[in-house]
Design a protein around this ligand. Structure first.
Ligand SMILES: Nc1ncnc2c1ncn2[C@@H]1O[C@H](COP(=O)(O)OP(=O)(O)OP(=O)(O)O)[C@@H](O)[C@H]1O
Ligand SMILES: [Mg+2]
Length: 882
């Protein structure tokens, strides 16, 4: 809804005309229209914003034709902007772009920035330990283009996804990027988006032409000021270019700045890393615990970084474990060096503490959103660079030498700031005191004038007292009237003729003299000139620093990696981790492995370590049974986490680990609800399992935790059984290493028929109908769940427990009665078996009694034999009833 025709006629003041002109261009944003110390919103914007912000909706022109409006003070704008962004709105900031005092007529106004959920720069809002991406998705003919950009740091990357699984891969990748905002072409805005990540994300659709290849390509080369995209290695990635070009266009439109810190575009091939899907990320609690926070996640554990950049690096590494052995060894080599030299490590980490978030500082500096304190923060950080490189030289790791070879102390940047910017500048840029003395002669002269003002005033006061003979004469200043000479009424008759009265007070009069007037003009002029010169100089220094952007970014990357690796070393030292050894085979051997997170939860509980041996042939699949609470899930996850940690270059919680490179880890926990996605528990479980069966390779590691439990027992067992059979490839050259925890004891029979399947169980001791958890994984299966004993531990009423015992007893009886010895592995003739409901997959064994009777041919029997058969049948019947 716009402004009605009638109101147009009435409220056609020049200001409202100006407002409407600007609003027209930013119709999809809430327009913050600066008026003095307030941002005002009008019409529909006012209605929407007042609702979200819970502020009063008033109106302009109350009498004639009211225009709804609301306003917020400009100094607390951030708070309100955040709220609007959270509600999925964009905010266009329209400032007064000239000094109202200087303006002839209506003051000029312009939109200086559009703030969107993905382009916030405010440090109070940004999570320092996480990249803040805005993503762009383009569906090309054969590929999906995905671009991601963090405006706060300038990181800009693209990839292309193709193949039958493209949508799933897109979903996985977006989940890892966790963007605040995604832009898509208008053409697909009505289509379903099953690939959207879970969590808060805002999707904006943009004009289709911005995604067209030629337009996108042009936008990119124009932005980077290059001839082509060859230099970035993405010249031929059409879909990727479409998404990246549209994204840069969108940012230029919203940021209204040249975005100089975005100076490179990095292709990130998604296949160069260990593949981790959304489900695995969640179930291994890699960057978020099951409660949805960072606390108690692997990231939280491994991050002892001294800088936010290091923390962001670890997050990136956890989500993208390496598969290139050389790169893994490089990281491990550095961690080992750091770990084995505790004194040097402490020294190094103490130095890192002084380094600010260089990536985000640079972001603000190049976007002209910085103040002088940001430059000082950069200088403080740069100051430790030489010491840091010295500290690194004390190690003998060849990988560290690679960092040192490209080391850049950025001295010129340091000097530029050090020589020009005062050490303790104010927050604002218009308060003076930005530039050091000695940088600019004119500035120094003007500052001298203002500095000497006090003395000058004191001497004028003295001079005038003497001249006029008035003892209580005071020279002062106030904001409204400027400089004045104050004389009490008592002495009014002695006021010299050249004094001009300015203001009357109860007991005194205030005057201005020609001499004071002249001084006033000089001093106010000086202050204005000081601010102007300081701002020009500040701008020069700022852009000088921006020019070094790529060098600063390069060093920020180096430092973030060193910080991350020193954090790994610190963890390895504190928690006694070992260096994993990589082999060229597919085995995974862990001696005394521990779960890195569970072992830290309660230091008073001793964590019981366990060994693991898996390979792709001899012991390809391990079925783990054991009572509830025994530690099955913990064990499964500890194996997966150890394999993952090794490939991000971290040491691992065990005494000794050797392993081949894993290409994918799949982790599935049965029966988890995804009601928000509108799918049933079991459907989700089966979807995820299908993904595993279709994608696992002999180099993969799979952990299945009670898969199949989301349906009836027999269906569940049957599916679980068939899944294991499918995964078992020990006899076909090798299959994915698999750990399967289950309460279906029937599955332990699989080891009889499949050579690569082995049974293990978690030991418990029974004592007086109670169980003691030993937490040791030992070979062999179990056939008891101890569910009722565990329920007792949980405090279920005794009546319920007693009854449960009775029911269990009955169930066990009937199990023997009906089914006899379960021989569910007999499957050759299953097509020929008559199906009987749930039991269809299991050949029902024939009753031995009937079997015996069928064998009898009465014509062949002697009377004595007939009597024997009769005895035998009676016995069989009795046995069956036992
Ligand atoms: N090796 C261990 N050492 C010490 N405590 C352990 C160990 N493993 C597990 N625990 C403790 O036991 C608890 C239960 O473990 P877990 O959830 O792995 O059992 P589970 O066998 O999967 O049970 P359920 O069958 O009910 O899923 C854990 O939360 C942890 O506190
Ligand atoms: Mg469990």
């Amino acid at each position: 809804m716009g402004v009605s025709a009638k109101s147009l006629k009435v409220d056609d003041t020049p200001m409202m005309q100006q407002y409407r002109g600007i609003k027209k261009e930013y119709s999809d944003s809430i327009l913050f229209f600066r008026m003095g110390d307030f941002y005002e919103m009008f019409n529909e914007d006012a209605k929407t914003a007042s609702g979200i912000l819970q502020i009063a909706l008033t109106s302009r022109n109350k009498n004639s034709n009211p225009v709804p409006m609301c306003g917020i003070p400009h100094h607390s704008a951030n708070l309100y902007i955040t709220k609007l962004l959270k509600a999925g709105k964009k905010v266009a900031i329209c400032e007064q772009t000239e000094d109202p005092k200087q303006a002839k007529g209506l003051v000029k106004r312009e939109v200086v920035r559009v703030i969107t959920p993905g382009t916030i720069l405010d440090d109070n809002i940004l999570d320092p330990k996480k990249d803040q991406f805005i993503a762009s998705v383009y569906f090309g003919k054969n590929q999906i283009g995905l671009a991601a950009l963090d405006v706060s740091t300038g990181i800009f990357k693209v990839t292309q996804i193709d193949g039958g699984n493209a949508l799933l891969l897109l979903a996985d990748e977006l989940q890892k990027l966790d963007p605040k905002e995604i832009i898509i072409p208008n053409a697909i805005k009505e289509e379903p988006r099953p690939w959207l990540p879970t969590g808060e994300v805002f999707v904006h659709s943009e004009e289709d032409w911005t995604f067209s290849f030629s337009e996108a390509y042009r936008n990119l080369v124009e932005h980077f000021r290059t001839q082509s995209l060859e230099g970035f290695g993405c010249e031929n990635m059409e879909a990727a270019i479409s998404s990246a070009g549209a994204l840069i266009h969108y940012l230029r439109e919203t940021q209204k700045s040249p975005l100089e810190h975005i100076n490179t575009l990095t292709p990130f091939p998604i296949h160069d890393y260990m593949a981790l899907d959304q489900c695995t990320l969640a179930s291994l609690e890699l960057v978020q615990s099951s409660e949805g926070s960072r606390k108690n996640s692997l990231l939280d554990l491994l991050d002892l970084c001294q800088t936010p950049m290091g923390a962001r690096r670890i997050r990136e590494w956890i989500l993208k474990p390496l598969i290139d052995l050389k790169k893994i060894q490089e990281r491990l080599g550095i961690v080992a060096d750091f770990k084995h030299n505790p004194t040097e490590r402490k020294n190094l980490r103490d130095l890192l503490k002084h380094i600010f978030d260089l990536e985000r500082l640079l972001g603000r500096i190049t976007l002209s959103a910085c103040n002088a304190r940001d430059l000082i923060a950069l200088k403080t950080s740069l100051k430790v660079f030489p010491d840091l490189s010295q500290a690194l030289k004390s190690y003998d790791s060849p990988s560290l030498h690679a960092y040192l070879e490209n080391w850049d102390n950025l001295e010129s940047v340091y000097n530029l700031i050090d020589q020009n910017i005062t050490d303790d500048p104010p927050l604002g840029l218009k308060e003076g005191n930005l530039i050091k003395a000695g940088c600019n002669e004119e500035l120094d002269r003007l500052k001298k004038i203002t500095r000497e003002g006090k003395n000058w005033i004191a001497s004028l006061e003295l001079e005038e007292k003497e001249r006029t003979g008035i003892p209580v004469l005071k020279v002062g200043f106030n904001k409204i009237y400027g400089y004045y000479i104050e004389i009490t009424k008592k002495h009014i008759d002695r006021v010299p003729a050249e004094y001009i009265r300015k203001q009357s007070l109860v007991n005194a009069e205030r005057y201005i003299s020609p001499k004071l007037k002249e001084y006033e003009e000089e001093i106010t002029g000086a202050e204005e000139k000081i601010f102007a010169i300081e701002q020009t100089l500040f701008e020069e220094i700022r852009s000088g620093v921006s020019l070094a952007g790529p060098r600063i970014q390069g060093m920020a990357r180096t430092i973030s990696e060193i910080d991350a690796l020193s954090s790994f070393a610190e963890i390895a030292h504190r928690y006694n981790y070992c260096q994993p050894e990589f082999t060229n085979d597919r085995s995974l051997v862990i001696e005394n492995g521990r779960h890195p997170l569970i072992e830290q939860i309660d230091p008073s509980v001793r964590f019981i370590s366990n060994d693991t041996f898996l390979d792709s042939v001899k012991q390809q699949i391990i079925i783990i049974t054991g009572p509830n609470m025994a530690g099955k899930s913990t064990y499964l996850r500890q194996v997966a986490l150890i394999a993952l940690m090794a490939q991000i270059g971290s040491f691992v919680p065990a005494d000794k680990v050797s392993l081949g490179i894993t290409d994918r880890i799949f982790s599935r926990v049965g029966a988890q609800d995804h009601l928000l996605k509108g799918q049933s528990t079991f459907m989700v479980e089966m979807n995820e399992t299908a993904n595993i069966l279709n994608n696992a390779t002999p180099d993969s590691l799979i952990i299945l935790d009670e898969i199949g439990r989301g349906t009836s027992t027999f269906d569940g067992i049957s599916i679980a059984w068939a899944i294991v059979e499918f995964l078992h490839k020990a006899d076909q050259g090798g299959g994915p290493k698999t750990l399967f925890a289950t309460h279906y004891h029937e599955l332990t029979d699989l080891s009889r028929v499949l050579s690569g399947v082995k049974n293990f169980n978690v030991q418990v001791k029974e004592w007086n109908d109670e169980i003691i958890f030993l937490r040791k994984i030992v070979p062999g299966g179990t056939d008891k769940s101890y569910g009722i004993q565990v329920a007792r531990l949980a405090g279920l009423p005794k009546k319920v427990l007693d009854r449960a015992h009775e029911v269990l007893f009955n169930l066990e009886q009937s199990e023997f009665d009906e089914v006899g010895v379960p021989k569910i592995s007999h499957s050759e003739n299953r097509q020929n078996q008559p199906s009987s409901g749930q039991l269809g997959l299991f050949p029902e064994p024939e009753n031995p009694l009937i079997h015996k009777i069928k064998e009898i041919d009465p014509n062949e029997l002697t009377p004595r034999e007939a009597l024997e058969v009769l005895f035998e049948l009676t016995q069989l019947l009795k046995d069956g009833l036992k």
